[in-house]
Design a protein around this ligand. Sequence first.
Ligand code: NAP
Length: 258
Amino acid sequence: MQSNSLTGRHALVTGAARGIGAEIARTLAAEGAVLTLLGRDREALQRVADSLAGGGHGVVAADVASPEAVQAAFAEARAARGPVAVLVNNAGAAESAPFLKTSFELWQRMLSVNLTGSFLCAQAALPDMLDTGWGRIVNIASTAGQKGYAYVAAYTAAKHGVIGLTRSLALEVARKGITVNAVCPGYTDTDILRNSVANVVGKTGRSEADALAEFSSVNPQKRIVQPSEVADAVRWLCGPGAASVTGQSISVSGGEVT
Ligand code: NAP
């Protein structure tokens, strides 16, 4: 294994059963990493694992918001594939509601999966990285971590929290061979966006094409980001050329955040 390459390194991606997470898993596997895919649906994860380049990949089932489940899943992953060298905190969910209709439960759900999940998984992975003196943590935040959007206060607060976590942890481990960064996609072509479009159609009666056009219009390039574009930013952050990049939040959004 070359000290700076991903070849043979154990990379754990959360929320890897579909969307951006599945694409990140495919991209890191193509770079030679050995993947653990973490999520709640073991069968869906296994289908992705079976499609990856290379061999030795595996899956673990856990809700990232459960401290016990996360600890058990990381122990299982470590026992099967060795110390975790790369962690991609990708699992997330985006529920919308006007602020006064944001229930305590919705608020807690958004903080739990998007922010607490990243905290729990980083705590579970970091000891391996400190032991080996090398690690890459990439948190998939959002442009909603970099600016505000109406009707998604809980999600936006959680993603701003992810960026705060990224900045602080990066400084704490800066001298340990570990980088911690965030990738912040704009609207990206996955189930999250499809659900948001369906939500707008259901609530306003507008057509699906109209709703989608509105999401595209916030991107200065007037298009929806592709999962592969997000995955490529993750690949670069995990590679040798990005060793001095840490604590950063990289917007993959066609210039929506400048
Ligand atoms: P997606 O297609 O809905 O995938 C979300 C993934 O997260 C699924 O694999 C899901 O797996 C997993 N997940 C959700 N809750 C979980 C939990 N409690 N524990 C473990 N896994 C959980 O969404 P996506 O668009 O690819 O989103 C990936 C990340 O990108 C999220 O953090 C999202 O906030 C961020 N993002 C997306 C967009 C966008 O427009 N798509 C924009 C900015 C940021 P199961 O449900 O099978 O467990």
